[in-house]
Design a binder for this molecule. Structure first.
Ligand code: MG
Length: 165
């Protein structure tokens, strides 16, 4: 069995009047992420974790924010492209664990839809995708609602049997 672990981290600044996308789901919020893409900071961290597991660089290398091709792009497309890269090398995602740090709004109603969306994009059961949300107790830039930060960890495997259980 060959396994690889990857971790990803991303931050976006928040501003009023922008849509907020997290984990492929639109979240009702007066603040959204400032970004070149749709600003889905959770998918960006996940993509970096997936790329990191195989030492394939980072999301900025594959999808530069200077390119018009990626202006306003749906981050689900970026994740699909990253999954294609991983699949081409014969790897499967065993599981993923994502932590979103955001002061508000409460993300509890969106957790299951995010897990379902990400599991579908990664081609794995929902039970293998964890999405957690935390505030930072009003501390720091997250606590002041100036930004949203996300940590992601993934495990990849090369044996298809690993996905059976
Ligand atoms: Mg980003």
């Amino acid at each position: 069995m060959d396994i690889r672990i990857g971790n990803g981290y991303d931050v976006h600044a928040l501003a009023p009047g922008l849509p907020l996308w997290l984990g492929g789901v639109q979240v009702e919020s007066p603040l959204g992420c400032i970004a070149h893409s749709d600003g889905d900071v959770a998918i960006h961290a996940l993509c970096d974790a997936l790329l990191g597991a195989l030492a394939l660089g980072d999301i900025g290398k594959h999808f530069p924010d200077t390119s018009d091709e990626f202006k306003g792009i749906d981050s689900k497309i970026l994740l699909s492209r990253v999954m294609a890269l991983i699949g081409a090398e014969g790897w499967n995602v065993i599981n993923a664990d994502i932590t979103i740090a955001m002061q508000k709004p409460k993300l509890a109603p969106y957790i299951v839809p995010m897990r379902e969306c990400l599991a579908s994009l990664m081609g794995i059961p929902v039970s293998r995708v964890s999405v957690k949300a935390t505030t930072t107790e009003k501390l720091g830039f997250v606590g002041r609602s100036e930004g949203c930060e996300v940590y992601a960890v993934v495990l990849l495997g090369k044996n298809e049997e690993l996905l059976d259980s």
